[in-house]
Design a protein around this ligand. Sequence first.
Ligand code: EPU
Length: 343
Amino acid sequence: MKIEKDFDLTKLNTFGVKAQAKFFAEVKNEEDLVELFNTPEFRDNQRLFLGGGSNVLFTKNFEGIVVLNRMKGMNVVKEDEENVFIKSMGGEFWHDLVKFTVERGLWGIENLAFIPGTVGAAPVQNIGAYGVELKDTLENVEAYDIDTGKQVIFYKDECEFGYRSSIFKGKYKGKYFISSLVLKLSKRGKGNTDYKILRDYLEENKIKVETSRDISEAVTAIRKSKLPDPILIGNAGSFFKNVFVDREELESLRKTYPEVPSFEEEGIIKIPAGWLIEKCGPRDGTNWKGYREGNIGVHEKQALVLVNYGGATGEEIKNLSEKIIFSVSLKFGLLLEREVNLI
Ligand code: EPU
């Protein structure tokens, strides 16, 4: 394991913004990790763990050590009549894990197909899409306590999962290095097609769901049609979270805007932030969706996604996000929260 200095992070964040890390290390196995924990560069500096770099925005250089998880390996650890338990190391790409499961005919994470990023980052924000969240199949997370170097297992109930959140983003932020996780997948299933956009896609394309692969392919097609490919246009998926409201707030909003869409899941009412952003703009009568200002903009097919057309700085993207937050709060009185971590 080598520690590099003044390392360029441009290729390690899907926004593709320029930033440097004072120190940088790649961890390929547990020995690398233990060695890293004992170095002064790690002990005496601020740390940032990176997976696919698909949920960060660097607004300046990082004056500490960036650690890239490159631990690889996926295998079946246990199997019974109904379920197969799969362990994946944190440095695997998330979509490779989805493929590994659908190739084996297993059900559980097919709706989470084609999400950029790594397995180790998935529990941090409890990734979710098309009616499914990581927490629905997660059995446990293995992590290293970076102060003691000890390995700890967190069972699902200990992870404090919520919408795009977990204990690793909350009170244990930066305290654990996630090395692997175990998922509990089903041998039999019929798939979750409750999410309207997915259901409509299957109907329109006359797809009868027989395997988990049918769903993963449909989700992949939907994502490809709406979300920009970070290899071509820098972005980090949804920049904001959808907004929680209570019933009274929703009713009062509907008095002025009867068409406000809303979703109710587990007793929580959410308004799609994409809709709110689409209804606002930089000036009266204009619309953020498809808006472009030099090298930055709001994606034309999904207003939740901010993009770097090339050469933008993190600071510029952050400024645009602030203008959007301001305009939404002015029009609707609702506060958008960022999903992306600002560094
Ligand atoms: N909508 C608009 N305008 C837009 C985008 C969305 O009006 O520009 C409204 C429409 O009413 C649409 C509804 O929002 O029916 C839902 O849109 P979509 O299915 O695209 O989902 P979303 O709520 O905008 C969330 C996740 C995505 C995830 C999709 C599908 C968040 C912050 N985002 O977006 O996650 O892929 O659902 O489940 O919860 C990500 O986290 O990076 C991400 C892409």
